[in-house]
Design a protein around this ligand. Structure first.
Ligand code: ADP
Length: 265
Protein backbone atom coordinates (compact mmCIF):
# COMPACT_ATOMS: atom_id res chain seq x y z
CA UNK A 1 0.00 0.00 0.00
CA UNK A 2 1.23 3.45 -0.96
CA UNK A 3 0.38 5.78 1.92
CA UNK A 4 1.32 8.90 -0.02
CA UNK A 5 -1.47 8.65 -2.57
CA UNK A 6 -4.42 10.88 -1.87
CA UNK A 7 -7.48 8.78 -1.04
CA UNK A 8 -10.62 9.78 -2.93
CA UNK A 9 -14.12 8.40 -2.36
CA UNK A 10 -16.58 9.05 -5.20
CA UNK A 11 -20.30 8.17 -5.21
CA UNK A 12 -22.41 7.29 -8.25
CA UNK A 13 -19.67 6.01 -10.56
CA UNK A 14 -21.74 3.89 -12.96
CA UNK A 15 -20.68 3.73 -16.58
CA UNK A 16 -21.96 6.49 -18.85
CA UNK A 17 -22.16 9.06 -16.09
CA UNK A 18 -19.93 11.85 -14.82
CA UNK A 19 -18.89 9.83 -11.75
CA UNK A 20 -17.22 7.23 -13.97
CA UNK A 21 -15.17 10.02 -15.53
CA UNK A 22 -14.33 11.52 -12.12
CA UNK A 23 -12.75 8.18 -11.19
CA UNK A 24 -10.49 8.20 -14.24
CA UNK A 25 -9.63 11.87 -13.78
CA UNK A 26 -8.65 11.59 -10.09
CA UNK A 27 -6.71 8.36 -10.75
CA UNK A 28 -4.78 10.10 -13.53
CA UNK A 29 -3.57 12.59 -10.90
CA UNK A 30 -2.08 9.71 -8.91
CA UNK A 31 -4.92 9.41 -6.38
CA UNK A 32 -6.20 6.14 -4.97
CA UNK A 33 -9.89 6.14 -5.88
CA UNK A 34 -12.77 4.23 -4.30
CA UNK A 35 -15.34 4.11 -7.11
CA UNK A 36 -18.72 3.44 -5.54
CA UNK A 37 -22.26 2.83 -6.73
CA UNK A 38 -25.37 0.81 -5.96
CA UNK A 39 -24.87 -2.95 -5.64
CA UNK A 40 -26.57 -3.61 -8.98
CA UNK A 41 -24.22 -1.20 -10.79
CA UNK A 42 -21.00 -2.69 -9.46
CA UNK A 43 -20.47 -4.74 -12.63
CA UNK A 44 -20.32 -1.38 -14.39
CA UNK A 45 -17.25 -0.44 -12.40
CA UNK A 46 -15.31 -3.60 -13.15
CA UNK A 47 -13.37 -2.16 -16.07
CA UNK A 48 -12.39 0.87 -13.99
CA UNK A 49 -10.69 -1.38 -11.44
CA UNK A 50 -6.92 -0.98 -11.49
CA UNK A 51 -3.93 -0.45 -9.27
CA UNK A 52 -5.43 2.96 -8.44
CA UNK A 53 -9.20 2.34 -8.60
CA UNK A 54 -11.15 0.04 -6.29
CA UNK A 55 -14.89 -0.60 -6.80
CA UNK A 56 -17.01 -0.25 -3.67
CA UNK A 57 -20.67 -0.89 -2.89
CA UNK A 58 -22.38 2.23 -1.52
CA UNK A 59 -26.05 3.23 -1.56
CA UNK A 60 -26.18 6.89 -0.53
CA UNK A 61 -29.85 6.56 0.46
CA UNK A 62 -29.03 4.06 3.22
CA UNK A 63 -27.48 5.09 6.57
CA UNK A 64 -26.10 1.58 7.06
CA UNK A 65 -24.57 1.34 3.60
CA UNK A 66 -22.86 4.74 3.94
CA UNK A 67 -21.44 3.89 7.38
CA UNK A 68 -20.22 0.47 6.17
CA UNK A 69 -18.57 1.86 3.04
CA UNK A 70 -16.77 4.65 4.90
CA UNK A 71 -15.55 2.15 7.51
CA UNK A 72 -14.26 -0.09 4.74
CA UNK A 73 -12.30 2.76 3.15
CA UNK A 74 -10.85 3.81 6.50
CA UNK A 75 -9.93 0.24 7.41
CA UNK A 76 -8.15 -0.17 4.10
CA UNK A 77 -6.48 3.24 3.67
CA UNK A 78 -6.73 4.98 7.03
CA UNK A 79 -8.20 8.24 5.80
CA UNK A 80 -10.26 10.01 3.13
CA UNK A 81 -8.60 13.05 1.56
CA UNK A 82 -11.30 13.89 -0.96
CA UNK A 83 -15.01 13.03 -0.91
CA UNK A 84 -16.91 13.54 -4.16
CA UNK A 85 -20.68 13.57 -3.59
CA UNK A 86 -21.78 12.82 -7.11
CA UNK A 87 -24.58 10.21 -6.93
CA UNK A 88 -27.90 11.46 -8.21
CA UNK A 89 -31.25 10.55 -9.69
CA UNK A 90 -33.42 12.54 -12.04
CA UNK A 91 -36.97 13.68 -11.37
CA UNK A 92 -38.62 15.12 -14.43
CA UNK A 93 -42.18 16.27 -14.95
CA UNK A 94 -44.64 18.97 -13.87
CA UNK A 95 -44.64 19.31 -10.08
CA UNK A 96 -48.41 19.22 -9.95
CA UNK A 97 -48.40 15.75 -11.52
CA UNK A 98 -45.24 14.17 -10.20
CA UNK A 99 -45.52 11.10 -8.01
CA UNK A 100 -44.62 11.97 -4.40
CA UNK A 101 -42.54 8.83 -4.01
CA UNK A 102 -40.39 9.92 -6.93
CA UNK A 103 -39.94 13.34 -5.33
CA UNK A 104 -38.99 11.71 -2.00
CA UNK A 105 -36.48 9.49 -3.77
CA UNK A 106 -34.80 12.49 -5.37
CA UNK A 107 -34.41 14.12 -1.94
CA UNK A 108 -33.12 10.90 -0.40
CA UNK A 109 -30.41 10.47 -3.01
CA UNK A 110 -29.50 13.95 -4.26
CA UNK A 111 -29.72 15.95 -1.04
CA UNK A 112 -29.80 13.63 2.01
CA UNK A 113 -27.34 11.28 0.32
CA UNK A 114 -24.74 14.04 0.41
CA UNK A 115 -25.55 14.84 4.04
CA UNK A 116 -25.11 11.18 5.06
CA UNK A 117 -21.63 11.09 3.54
CA UNK A 118 -20.69 14.47 4.99
CA UNK A 119 -21.75 13.38 8.48
CA UNK A 120 -19.57 10.27 8.28
CA UNK A 121 -16.56 11.89 6.66
CA UNK A 122 -16.36 15.56 7.72
CA UNK A 123 -15.69 15.00 11.46
CA UNK A 124 -12.75 12.75 10.53
CA UNK A 125 -11.38 15.31 8.11
CA UNK A 126 -11.83 18.05 10.72
CA UNK A 127 -9.93 15.97 13.29
CA UNK A 128 -7.01 15.71 10.83
CA UNK A 129 -7.42 19.39 9.87
CA UNK A 130 -7.33 18.43 6.20
CA UNK A 131 -9.67 17.32 3.48
CA UNK A 132 -11.79 18.35 0.54
CA UNK A 133 -15.50 17.76 0.08
CA UNK A 134 -16.92 18.15 -3.40
CA UNK A 135 -20.70 18.48 -3.68
CA UNK A 136 -22.08 18.13 -7.16
CA UNK A 137 -25.03 20.41 -7.80
CA UNK A 138 -26.39 21.74 -11.05
CA UNK A 139 -27.00 25.07 -12.68
CA UNK A 140 -30.71 24.29 -12.47
CA UNK A 141 -30.35 24.54 -8.69
CA UNK A 142 -29.68 28.23 -9.20
CA UNK A 143 -32.21 28.78 -11.95
CA UNK A 144 -35.23 26.55 -11.45
CA UNK A 145 -36.56 25.02 -14.64
CA UNK A 146 -40.18 24.12 -15.37
CA UNK A 147 -40.73 20.37 -15.75
CA UNK A 148 -37.71 19.77 -13.56
CA UNK A 149 -38.87 21.55 -10.39
CA UNK A 150 -38.38 18.49 -8.22
CA UNK A 151 -34.82 17.86 -9.40
CA UNK A 152 -34.01 21.60 -9.28
CA UNK A 153 -35.16 21.82 -5.66
CA UNK A 154 -32.81 19.05 -4.59
CA UNK A 155 -29.92 20.76 -6.37
CA UNK A 156 -30.84 24.11 -4.79
CA UNK A 157 -30.56 22.31 -1.45
CA UNK A 158 -27.11 21.05 -2.41
CA UNK A 159 -26.12 24.60 -3.24
CA UNK A 160 -27.37 26.03 0.07
CA UNK A 161 -25.91 23.21 2.16
CA UNK A 162 -22.54 23.48 0.44
CA UNK A 163 -22.34 27.21 1.23
CA UNK A 164 -23.19 26.63 4.89
CA UNK A 165 -20.82 23.70 5.16
CA UNK A 166 -17.99 25.65 3.60
CA UNK A 167 -18.16 28.24 6.36
CA UNK A 168 -18.67 25.63 9.09
CA UNK A 169 -15.68 23.52 8.06
CA UNK A 170 -13.26 26.27 7.05
CA UNK A 171 -11.86 26.72 10.59
CA UNK A 172 -10.97 23.03 10.59
CA UNK A 173 -8.93 23.15 7.40
CA UNK A 174 -11.56 21.32 5.34
CA UNK A 175 -12.40 22.81 1.94
CA UNK A 176 -15.92 22.47 0.59
CA UNK A 177 -16.25 22.93 -3.16
CA UNK A 178 -19.54 23.02 -4.99
CA UNK A 179 -19.56 21.90 -8.61
CA UNK A 180 -22.18 23.50 -10.81
CA UNK A 181 -22.38 21.88 -14.23
CA UNK A 182 -24.68 22.93 -17.05
CA UNK A 183 -26.02 20.39 -19.54
CA UNK A 184 -23.78 17.32 -19.67
CA UNK A 185 -23.90 14.57 -22.27
CA UNK A 186 -24.32 11.80 -19.69
CA UNK A 187 -26.85 9.56 -17.97
CA UNK A 188 -29.22 12.01 -16.30
CA UNK A 189 -29.21 14.43 -19.18
CA UNK A 190 -30.15 11.66 -21.60
CA UNK A 191 -32.78 10.20 -19.28
CA UNK A 192 -34.40 13.62 -18.84
CA UNK A 193 -34.36 14.28 -22.56
CA UNK A 194 -35.95 10.91 -23.31
CA UNK A 195 -38.62 11.37 -20.67
CA UNK A 196 -39.42 14.84 -21.91
CA UNK A 197 -39.54 13.66 -25.49
CA UNK A 198 -41.84 10.78 -24.58
CA UNK A 199 -44.31 13.21 -23.07
CA UNK A 200 -43.90 15.64 -25.95
CA UNK A 201 -43.33 18.57 -23.62
CA UNK A 202 -42.12 21.18 -26.02
CA UNK A 203 -40.88 23.75 -23.56
CA UNK A 204 -37.45 22.31 -24.01
CA UNK A 205 -37.28 22.85 -27.73
CA UNK A 206 -33.72 21.87 -28.56
CA UNK A 207 -32.99 19.97 -25.35
CA UNK A 208 -32.53 16.63 -27.10
CA UNK A 209 -30.28 18.30 -29.63
CA UNK A 210 -28.23 19.82 -26.86
CA UNK A 211 -27.77 16.50 -25.18
CA UNK A 212 -26.95 14.77 -28.44
CA UNK A 213 -24.43 17.49 -29.13
CA UNK A 214 -26.01 18.42 -32.43
CA UNK A 215 -25.86 21.89 -33.87
CA UNK A 216 -28.74 24.24 -33.42
CA UNK A 217 -29.18 23.69 -29.70
CA UNK A 218 -30.76 25.38 -27.51
CA UNK A 219 -32.23 26.78 -24.38
CA UNK A 220 -29.97 24.72 -22.15
CA UNK A 221 -26.85 25.47 -24.12
CA UNK A 222 -24.29 23.16 -25.64
CA UNK A 223 -23.85 20.01 -23.60
CA UNK A 224 -20.44 19.27 -22.10
CA UNK A 225 -18.60 15.96 -22.51
CA UNK A 226 -18.50 14.31 -19.06
CA UNK A 227 -14.77 13.60 -19.38
CA UNK A 228 -13.99 17.25 -20.05
CA UNK A 229 -15.96 18.33 -16.97
CA UNK A 230 -14.40 15.62 -14.80
CA UNK A 231 -10.81 16.45 -15.75
CA UNK A 232 -11.41 20.15 -15.08
CA UNK A 233 -12.96 19.42 -11.68
CA UNK A 234 -10.22 17.00 -10.60
CA UNK A 235 -7.47 19.45 -11.52
CA UNK A 236 -9.07 22.32 -9.62
CA UNK A 237 -10.09 20.28 -6.58
CA UNK A 238 -6.55 18.95 -6.19
CA UNK A 239 -4.88 22.33 -6.70
CA UNK A 240 -3.11 23.86 -3.69
CA UNK A 241 -5.82 26.52 -3.36
CA UNK A 242 -9.08 24.89 -4.41
CA UNK A 243 -11.94 27.20 -5.44
CA UNK A 244 -15.19 27.37 -3.51
CA UNK A 245 -17.25 26.81 -6.63
CA UNK A 246 -16.56 25.28 -10.02
CA UNK A 247 -19.09 26.53 -12.53
CA UNK A 248 -18.70 24.71 -15.81
CA UNK A 249 -20.53 24.60 -19.11
CA UNK A 250 -22.06 26.78 -21.77
CA UNK A 251 -23.89 29.80 -20.25
CA UNK A 252 -23.52 28.50 -16.69
CA UNK A 253 -21.31 31.41 -15.66
CA UNK A 254 -24.04 33.83 -16.62
CA UNK A 255 -26.70 31.91 -14.68
CA UNK A 256 -24.46 31.70 -11.65
CA UNK A 257 -23.57 35.38 -11.79
CA UNK A 258 -27.25 36.27 -11.82
CA UNK A 259 -28.20 33.85 -9.09
CA UNK A 260 -25.31 34.29 -6.69
CA UNK A 261 -24.25 37.87 -6.91
CA UNK A 262 -22.54 38.80 -4.75
CA UNK A 263 -20.63 35.60 -3.95
CA UNK A 264 -19.68 36.99 -0.56
CA UNK A 265 -19.34 33.91 1.63
P1 ADP B 1 -25.05 11.96 -14.43
O1 ADP B 1 -25.50 12.53 -15.71
O2 ADP B 1 -25.27 12.90 -13.28
O3 ADP B 1 -23.70 11.39 -14.44
P2 ADP B 1 -26.02 9.22 -14.14
O4 ADP B 1 -27.44 8.74 -13.96
O5 ADP B 1 -25.25 8.68 -15.28
O6 ADP B 1 -26.12 10.80 -14.16
O7 ADP B 1 -25.18 8.98 -12.83
C1 ADP B 1 -25.72 8.98 -11.56
C2 ADP B 1 -25.10 7.82 -10.81
O8 ADP B 1 -25.62 7.83 -9.49
C3 ADP B 1 -25.43 6.46 -11.44
O9 ADP B 1 -24.24 5.71 -11.56
C4 ADP B 1 -26.37 5.84 -10.44
O10 ADP B 1 -26.29 4.43 -10.37
C5 ADP B 1 -25.89 6.49 -9.15
N1 ADP B 1 -26.90 6.42 -8.09
C6 ADP B 1 -28.23 6.62 -8.17
N2 ADP B 1 -28.81 6.39 -6.98
C7 ADP B 1 -27.82 6.06 -6.13
C8 ADP B 1 -27.77 5.71 -4.74
N3 ADP B 1 -28.88 5.63 -4.00
N4 ADP B 1 -26.56 5.43 -4.19
C9 ADP B 1 -25.43 5.49 -4.93
N5 ADP B 1 -25.42 5.79 -6.23
C10 ADP B 1 -26.59 6.08 -6.83
Amino acid sequence: MDGTKRVVLITGCGKGGIGYEYCKAFASHGCYVFASDLPDRLHDLADLASENVEPLELDVSSDESVAAAVSEVLASRGRIDVLVNNAGVGSTGPLAELNLDEIRRAWEVNALGQVRLVQEVAPRMAARRAGRIVNVGSVVGAVATPWAGSYCATKAAVDAMSDALRVELRPFGVHVIKVVPGAVRSGLGRANAERLAARSWRLYEGFEDAIAGRAGASQVGRATEPGVLARHVARRVLSPRPPRAIVFGHMTGLFAALAWSPLWL
